[in-house]
Design a protein. Structure first.
Lengths: 111, 111
DNA sequence: ATTTATACCCAAGTATTTTATGTATATAAA
DNA sequence: TTTATATACATAAAATACTTGGGTATAAAT
């Protein structure tokens, strides 16, 4: 994803959140969306994204609709019912994670 | 560390921050400190921590002082000069990471 | 004509962590 | 007093996620 190790483990959560928000997206669109939202700070590589999408599909979290647009293949992914439920858990975990990391890092305000 | 994948990649940053704050700590102390600070939500496993400490030492980020306390071995770790400089970078990266993740996840406030 | 953008894919290698152990002493509980 | 818990270190195999470096193909821009 980037130079920083910190993004490891966050890819599927990001994907699921984006799909929850946007209904359906295709892989390349996801990479561009993340780049836009983070102003270029986070670049999802295709070598990481596509295997992750396939895995989520195999787990029944995502389902795919293949379409042909301008003579090019597109695979639209969207959350299944199971995936929507999972996303809620993932986002709760992310909030916990962020809160815990802030607690660990935040300078003590005891003065 | 936990059930959530999100903590992957954050271990060394956590360790370095704790050492920056506390001067010197030993491995077991770090595991307990993290458990305390996060109210049990994050448990660093020894299988992850000790190899990480050894690696940071090999990289010249940490240095070790062995002591004998109550007939038990303790290895106190502290940041080297290089380690202190590195820690500043790591914490900046963490702040960027958290900000980016919040941007990705935060519901749009355009209403 | 060549590069950039769009759009998918895989596989080898790397790095981090989990899981499952192992050793040993001190203290608390049954 | 035996057993369990806490303290304190450690390793090594397996699982996991990601990086890096390719590959295929069409459309648009330079």
């Amino acid at each position: 994803m980037k130079n920083s190790q910190l993004y490891k483990g966050s890819l599927t959560t990001i994907v699921m959140k984006l799909l929850e928000e946007n209904g359906r997206m295709y892989g390349y669109e996801i990479t561009q969306k993340v780049k836009d939202i983070t102003k270029g700070e986070l670049k999802i590589t295709e070598g990481a994204l596509y295997p992750a999408l396939h895995k989520l599909e195999a787990e029944g979290v995502l389902e795919v609709e293949v379409e042909n647009v301008d003579n090019r293949l597109r695979k639209y992914y969207k959350l299944t019912e199971k995936g929507s439920a999972e996303t809620i858990n993932r986002l709760a975990e992310l909030e916990d994670f962020i809160r815990n990391m802030q607690t660990l890092v935040q300078p003590k305000l005891d003065y």
